[in-house]
Design a protein around this ligand. Structure first.
Ligand code: NDP
Length: 394
């Protein structure tokens, strides 16, 4: 039997733990800062699947404590679904114990809202020399989006010229303002300047300043905004011949109005302010007021529709433009795992990626973005795991 250690008992951790527990050949330990959250997920898994999982308390910033937990549990792979701040300490503990690593979001320094792969790519040599695998960005976007591009590169196109990753959540959770994954990380991401890559150069635009309307499958027309997203950085390197890559996400007017007001009053800032004699970070305070993303699923209706719009020259020599996409229903995800579709679409690829590692398909010493790994098994299996994909031609 193989064993996974999942770190982070939030919305995504719940889905990864459910998915792994559904594989009888995988034993699961779920660890987080707050062990009560792990125990609550273990009870849900018992109710949904009849399986028992182990739980543990760990602060993943504490490398010696995490190293001790890994030595005790002896997992084959650590699945990091805590926050991006924990990526480097968890990679350090994995190196110290020669244990494989997988995550869904790249490292961000807590004091600067800036995400880049450079910090994690700096571990390439050490993982390669230790003979240990690290798999980066294996959620939906990054993750399944990278694998759609890799599949298009290997199976459909001889040259990919442009990629537009289009991400729509057309769901309704009934709250005036809430984020679908960790509020602090989400708000840091969308309030950054937009950035895209064209003909060898990165271009920067003011936050949320460029929008287009796109007709999303099973959802219809929605306004989407250009953002910077981390998979652009690795896909630029791993899709030969690429001329432009952009990332777009839909936001409703109500959401953007709330965000603008919160920004205007300073509540999205990560610079500490003095409040009644102590330092507080406004964004962390805001997070404490907002709904926990893991709690949103109860009455969530509607669907996510996320895909990669890819244009170039096909293998038969003709030009072509297609959308490779998945549509996911919030209510179905809730019935299956007690999670909404944003947590679900992140957790399913993470669990499948870990399973591909355990089966040897993704076992390779070094640090890898998922488009550098074989994509056929992933694309063949991910539909059965809950995220079927389709190709629409234009
Ligand atoms: P949540 O905030 O719901 O959960 C995060 C969990 O991590 C919490 O249980 C929290 O602790 C735990 N945690 C935080 N710090 C530590 C620490 N130092 N040690 C141990 N555990 C810690 O976030 P989500 O589940 O929504 O998101 C999880 C990750 O998934 C994030 O990194 C996010 O960026 C990523 N993500 C990726 C996506 C993709 O498509 N690639 C999409 C959506 C999210 P505690 O137990 O105290 O609550």
């Amino acid at each position: 039997m193989s064993k996974v250690l999942i770190i982070g008992a939030g919305g995504v951790g719940n889905v990864v733990a459910h998915q792994c527990a559904r594989r009888p050949e995988i034993a699961v330990t779920l660890a987080s800062r707050t062990v009560a959250k792990c125990d609550a997920i273990a009870a849900k898994i018992r109710a949904h699947t009849g399986r028992e999982i182990a739980t543990a308390r760990v602060n993943a910033d504490d490398v010696p404590a995490l190293t001790a937990l890994i030595k005790k549990e002896q997992p084959d792979i650590v699945i990091n679904v805590a926050l991006p701040y924990q990526d480097l300490p968890i990679m350090d503990a994995c190196l110290a114990t020669r244990t494989a690593y997988l995550d869904t979001a790249n490292y961000e320094p807590p004091t600067e809202a800036k995400f880049e792969y450079k910090w994690q790519w700096a571990y390439r040599e050490r993982f390669a020399q230790a003979g240990v695998t690290a798999i980066l960005g294996c959620g939906f976007d990054p993750g399944q989006s990278n694998l759609y591009c890799a599949y298009a590169r290997d199976e459909i196109f001889s040259t990919i010229e442009t990629i537009d990753i289009v991400d729509c959540n057309a769901g309704n959770h009934g709250h005036a303002f809430a984020t679908n994954f960790n509020p602090e990380i989400n708000i840091r991401e969308i309030t950054q300047p937009g950035r895209y890559w064209e003909r060898g150069e990165w271009k920067t635009i003011p936050p949320l300043s460029q929008s287009e309307v796109f007709d999303f499958p099973e959802v219809g027309e929605r306004k989407m905004y250009l953002l910077y997203h981390e998979e652009e950085e690795s896909l630029v390197q791993n899709i030969p011949g690429l001329q432009r890559i952009r990332f777009w996400m839909t936001f409703g007017d109500e959401y953007l109005t709330h965000l603008r007001v919160l920004q205007n009053v300073g509540l999205t800032s990560i610079t500490p302010v003095k409040f009644e004699g102590r330092d507080i970070v406004p964004l962390k305070f805001l997070q404490a007021l907002l709904p926990d993303p893991g709690s949103l699923s109860d009455n969530y209706t509607g669907k996510t529709s996320i895909g990669c719009l890819i244009e170039g020259v096909k293998k038969d020599g003709a030009r072509g433009k297609c959308l490779i996409y998945n549509v996911c229903d919030h209510a179905r995800c809730h019935r299956e795992t007690g999670a909404q579709a944003v947590s679900y679409t992140t957790g399913v690829p993470a669990a499948l990626g870990a399973e591909l590692y355990l089966r040897g398909v993704w076992k390779r010493a070094g640090v890898w973005n998922v488009e550098q790994l074989p994509n056929a098994e992933f694309m063949a299996a991910v539909g059965d795991r809950g995220l079927p994909w389709q190709v629409k031609w234009y």
